[in-house]
Write a protein that binds this ligand. Structure first.
Ligand SMILES: *[C@@H]1O[C@H](CO)[C@@H](O)[C@H](O)[C@H]1NC(C)=O
Length: 929
């Protein structure tokens, strides 16, 4: 701590200030409430039912691909332009901007993977009240009502979604500042406004409110050269009681109503010791909400990267103000309804209405806009050992050896900020890490890897090459006066590269080249922390909103910063290998589209039981919006876990996508063998279970990469008609086939797991005991219990010979777990490739389908044009729910027939077929007689 104290200076004061406040709760006073955020307060004050917006139907233009229409605000006569598109795959896009803004307003770049392809819109009817357009599929229509303006998306007799039905559309037009300038508007008006507006403008009557042109929070003043620029819009979801998503919040899976408190906030922030079960902002922001009921799933993607607040209220349809045109479709006033309202500080309204109707279709619709999960290297699905910090090379060597000594597999060891030369990223401490290549080679010899941190705050130091280059190239973000922006972070005074610039990102990517990043090797990967960005002495511990990215304010794109940091870093890892190797980059800050770039973790949690519990809904919420590769720090970052909590956390983390232990600098060491032999054994067993399932994890990630479906998913995704699954926070599915109900209660003697599906059976993966759905199953537990069930009807490939690391297990044989359903059938998949390159894009892989039906188990090639060979073979097949055969015959592709040996356990109905011996890539059938 002494050297830490000396080095940190002012930063330490900040840090100590927080640490010494005595409690382990967030200091809420450091972060704004809606009331303290001028635009949120203004927009939230808009009264429902009094929308001043009217659609000017005479301005309507309909081309084959889009509808455009002007809206007028009858209070100030400012006109907006509405654009409406029907996109491929049941998506409607609605854009609203000022018709003639004083200057361009920010439109989020780089998040959509392409300009979304459109489909034709056609006019069904039109009168003085509005127009009706066909959306093609299943009699879906958009009804545009003129007075007040509203949009309804209707299918048959059902209203799926209504916009501005509560009249909360708000659009603060850009204006010249009046109080300090001598009527600059006189000229401006004539130049920019349509003639009809000039005579009738009432703009001068609009009052200037506090916070429109300047806003102060604590000691920070936000100059607002562009004045008020907020946008907001309400959405009504008839028939919906459950909404999900809009991560990142430390809250339940089912979002809560916000009537009695603050809205959910989306503003990427480094929140010190975050509190649970509240709507405060955290490190990431994905402005996507899913709505679900037993009939349908829909989604709303609000593409805006400025600070955003989301209000949710629950209502009945009868209570809201519905337009006359719709009275006939509404029926009973008792229909439940959820109303949401989105409020953003700047930019435009650009919203994608994803109409489902199934959860899978919403995932696919969202993936068609923003892409799918990056397909990670297989090794990154193994276990990761991290702490702040492994002190030096000897420490790394000793920890690495500890895993071998205690027979616990791991794939990556991590170095936090102390590995650098004075928090200068891309460097190594010359004393503690004097020969990084030797260290990395030592790991490589054991087929293991390392991650080193590279943060986006760059030490201002003229002896630091990275700083000098960024400064001389003009790549730093500027402050409002045009000088390089400087803030305090780990290195002391730091600059922040402008990652929104493609040339900056290209330069940054180049720094990962082996000849640039000294001491790096191919088994060194990267962690981007603090990329909200964290600015210790900035407003709300982040960057000033009036900082400049070229002509745009930081305000406009704050939530995108971390996305770009990870993008540039991942690009660097790809380029250093000549485009051959898949990158692995962990990020803390995310936005929509971050799924394309790597993994995310839930930030600085604490060693508390509630933090273990919240890891489930937090990762489920990220998964629902495409970000599958999610994990929470195992053990908890702050504080020190009891051995019971640590064991339970390993058991839970082993069944979550990103599996990494991490700990704060001030906590006692907690490598898995430091808690006595019994606990070491329990942790070993949990980690080993993870490794046995790696083939399944890998196949799930391949699937997520192809389809956008989450790897770790809420039960309602698979059982969408079962309301009992709609709000579960303590269990989840991996793919369709593994149901996990980890033990997250201190001193637990048992857990009650909900087993869904009235035709389903579920097999305990440890005892092979069979249970019927639907039931609440009480499971007595001991410290070794990890309640996990395999769905009857599935086939899961596993590798039971666990070794030092995943790479050591590459050629190992498979065991197939065939769990029969009530019809005595099952199916599953196996995906194999080299585990680390992009060659799978050139179709170098094996993708097989296993099926069991009519007592025949077969393996067929799902993608016959793909080519790959494997040394792995099938060493064992375990059939759960089987009856005893008299003989088993294997027929291979060359028409050879063999009788196979087997054991049958009549008490559990488990059939074990020994050494069938086929290559994992081969065609075969196996007949049970
Ligand atoms: C579009 O919606 C219709 C009706 O709700 C549905 O039948 C169809 O499968 C959907 N198509 C896609 C691509 O999502």
């Amino acid at each position: 701590m002494a050297t830490f104290t000396e080095r940190m200076g002012p930063v330490l004061l900040f840090w100590l200030g927080l640490c010494l406040s005595g409690t382990w709760a967030v200091d809420k006073g450091n972060f704004k409430t809606c009331d303290q955020s001028a635009f949120c307060k203004r927009q939230r004050a808009i009264t429902p039912g009094e929308s001043p917006y009217r659609a000017l139907l005479e301005t309507m233009e309909l081309t084959n691909t889009k509808l455009t229409l002007q809206l007028i605000n009858d209070n100030n006569k400012v006109r907006l332009l509405l654009e409406l598109y029907r996109l491929q795959g049941n998506i409607t896009r609605v854009k609203i901007n000022e018709l003639k803004p004083l200057k361009p307003r920010y439109e989020v770049p780089d998040v959509l993977i392409r300009e979304p392809p459109t489909e034709p819109l056609s006019l069904l009817s039109q009168d003085e009240n509005g127009v009706v357009l066909s959306l093609g599929a299943e009699s879906q229509r958009v009804i545009v009502s003129a007075r007040p303006f509203r949009l309804d998306i209707v299918e048959g007799r059902d209203v799926l979604m209504s916009l501005n039905s509560r009249g909360l559309l708000g659009f603060e037009h850009l204006r010249m500042r009046k109080d300090t300038q001598a009527d600059p508007e006189a000229d401006n008006k004539e130049a920019t406004d349509p003639p009809s507006q000039v005579e009738t403008t009432k703009e001068e009557e609009e009052k200037v409110e506090d916070g429109m042109w300047e806003e102060t929070f604590k000691s920070h003043t936000d100059s607002k050269p562009n004045g008020p620029s907020a946008v907001s819009l309400d959405f009504s979801l008839p028939g919906v009681e459950h909404v999900y998503g809009i991560p990142e919040h430390a809250d339940t899976l089912k979002l809560k109503t916000t009537d009695s408190g603050d809205p959910y906030r989306l503003y990427n922030l480094d929140v010190f010791q975050y509190e649970l079960y509240n709507p405060m902002a955290l490190y990431g922001s994905v402005p996507v909400m899913l709505a679900h009921n037993a009939q349908r799933t829909t989604g709303i993607f609000w593409l805006n990267a400025a600070e955003t607040w989301v209000d949710i209220s629950s209502n009945t349809a009868g209570k809201t103000v519905f337009g006359k045109m719709l009275d006939y479709v509404q029926g009973s006033s008792e229909t439940p309804q959820t109303d949401v309202r989105w409020i953003s500080e700047s930019g435009i309204i650009d919203v994608f209405l994803m109409l489902g109707p199934t959860p899978r279709e919403v995932f696919s619709q969202y993936a068609s806009l923003t892409g799918t999960q990056a397909f990670p290297p297989l090794a990154s699905l193994g276990y990761h050992q991290c702490r702040w910090n492994y002190n030096d090379q000897e420490d790394v060597r000793a920890v690495d050896a500890g895993f071998d000594e205690h027979d616990i597999p791991y794939d990556f060891i991590w170095l936090d900020i102390e590995h650098t030369d004075g928090k200068r990223y891309f460097t190594w401490d010359p004393h503690k890490f004097a020969s990084p290549k030797e260290m990395l080679q030592g790991l490589m010899d054991k087929k293991r890897k390392m991650v080193a941190i590279v943060d986006p705050h760059i030490k201002v130091d003229t002896n630091y090459k990275i700083h000098n280059e960024i400064r001389s190239r003009g790549f730093y973000i500027k402050n409002k006066d045009g000088a390089d922006y400087e803030g305090w972070c780990w290195p002391g005074s730091a600059g922040y590269p402008d990652f929104t610039r493609p040339d900056m990102r290209a330069w940054w990517a180049g720094q990962f080249a082996y000849d640039q990043y000294e001491g790096s090797m191919e088994n060194l990967y990267t962690w981007n922390d603090m990329n909200e960005p964290s600015v210790f002495n900035g407003p709300e511990v982040t960057m000033h909103k009036d900082a400049l990215h070229g002509s745009w304010e930081h305000r406009d794109m704050h939530n995108l910063y971390g996305f770009y940091v990870q993008m540039a870093t991942a690009q660097g890892l790809i380029e250093r290998s000549g485009g051959v190797e898949r990158p692995f980059v962990l990020t803390r800050a995310v936005f929509a589209g971050s799924q394309r770039l790597g993994a995310v973790w839930t930030g600085d949690n604490a060693a508390e039981w509630d933090h273990l519990k919240i890891s489930i809904p937090m990762c489920l919420s990220l998964g629902l919006v495409g970000i599958s590769f999610c994990g929470a720090d195992v053990g908890g970052f702050f504080k020190s876990p009891s051995s019971e909590l640590l064991v339970r956390w390993y058991q839970t983390g082993a069944y979550q996508p990103f599996f990494r232990a991490h700990a704060h600098l001030d906590t006692p060491r907690r490598e898995p063998w430091l808690f006595g032999p019994e606990n070491t054994a329990l942790i070993r067993e949990a980690v080993r279970q993870r490794y046995t399932f790696l083939p399944y994890w890998y196949q799930l990630f391949y699937h997520a990469y192809q389809t956008g479906e989450p790897v770790m998913r809420p039960l309602w995704v698979e059982y969408p008609q079962d309301p009992a699954t709609f709000a579960l926070d303590d269990e989840f599915l991996l793919g369709r086939d593994l149901l996990v109900h980890p033990v997250t209660e201190e001193g637990a003697r048992g857990v009650t797991a909900y087993l869904p599906g009235k035709d389903e059976v579920w097999f305990d993966i440890h005892t092979f005991q069979k249970h019927n759905g639907v039931q609440n199953l009480y499971i007595p537990v001991t410290m070794s219990s990890i309640p996990v069930f395999q769905r009857g009807g599935s086939i899961i490939p596993r590798k039971l010979r666990v070794r030092r690391s995943s790479a050591c297990m590459e050629d190992d044989p498979y065991t197939l777990y065939v769990a029969l359903d009530n019809r005595r059938t099952a199916e599953g998949e196996l995906y194999i490739d080299d585990g680390h390159t992009f060659n799978f894009e050139k179709r170098e892989f094996i993708h097989r389908k296993f099926s069991f039906t009519n007592n025949v188990l077969s393996s067929v090639n799902l993608e016959p044009d793909a080519q790959f060979t494997t040394k792995s073979w099938v060493e064992r097949i375990i059939i759960l729910g089987a009856s005893k055969p008299s003989k088993i015959t294997l027929r291979t592709a060359d028409d050879q027939e063999n009788q196979l040996e087997f054991d049958f356990d009549a008490s559990m109905s488990v059939l074990t077929i020994r050494k069938p011996g086929m290559n994992a890539g081969a065609d075969w059938t196996m007949t049970l007689q």
